[in-house]
Ligand binder design. Structure first.
Ligand SMILES: CC(C)(COP(=O)(O)OP(=O)(O)OC[C@H]1O[C@@H](n2cnc3c(N)ncnc32)[C@H](O)[C@@H]1OP(=O)(O)O)[C@@H](O)C(=O)NCCC(=O)NCCS
Length: 139
């Protein structure tokens, strides 16, 4: 049986591991999202720092003492936005993304929305299954 991940707030010391997860998982977008929006690494340290400074509250999932997933939530007044949802490709489809999402949803009393690539059908199905409204960001 797959062990349950531990979900906790991200710390400064997690940043390198968080970026490694984002940039590994985001390879899934290559050849799917518009080519001019794909770049590698997908997220750099400067962008992560900007997002945190902008109020994105990141949570991480630990599996066997190692970071396995990252997901953020951002208060936007009447609603909260899920931002940057990534699970290491080696451990996807084991419930880690769902555990992170449940944790974020439990934190927010506001309606939760998410924007993602219209072509990322797997991500849209994942969010809709959790009852979240999904809007495309690239149309
Ligand atoms: C989208 C993403 C964050 C989901 O994380 P995850 O850990 O794979 O998600 P889960 O394992 O909780 O759920 C994924 C699927 O696995 C299934 N699943 C969950 N636990 C499972 C288990 N123990 N065994 C088999 N399948 C399982 C779920 O039913 C779910 O199906 P669905 O997507 O059709 O709803 C992750 O796959 C990812 O990083 N993808 C690439 C980047 C991306 O698209 N990010 C979203 C950006 S907005």
């Amino acid at each position: 049986m797959t062990p349950m991940p531990t979900i906790r707030s991200a710390r400064d010391a997690d940043r390198a591991a968080m970026l490694a997860i984002v940039n590994d998982a985001a390879r899934r977008y290559r050849g799917v999202i518009p080519a001019d929006r794909w770049h590698e690494p997908y997220m750099g340290a400067d962008e992560l720092a900007r997002e945190i400074a902008d109020g994105v509250d990141f949570r991480v999932a630990e599996l066997d003492g190692r970071l396995a997933g990252v997901m953020g939530i951002q208060d936007r007044g009447d609603v909260a936005l899920v931002r940057h949802a990534y699970v290491s490709s080696a451990v996807q489809q084991r419930g880690i993304g769902s555990a992170l999402l449940r944790d974020l949803l439990a934190q927010s009393a506001k309606p939760v929305l998410i924007g993602t690539w219209a072509a990322a059908s797997w991500a849209i199905a994942f969010y809709e299954r959790h009852g979240i409204f999904v809007g495309p960001v690239d149309v």
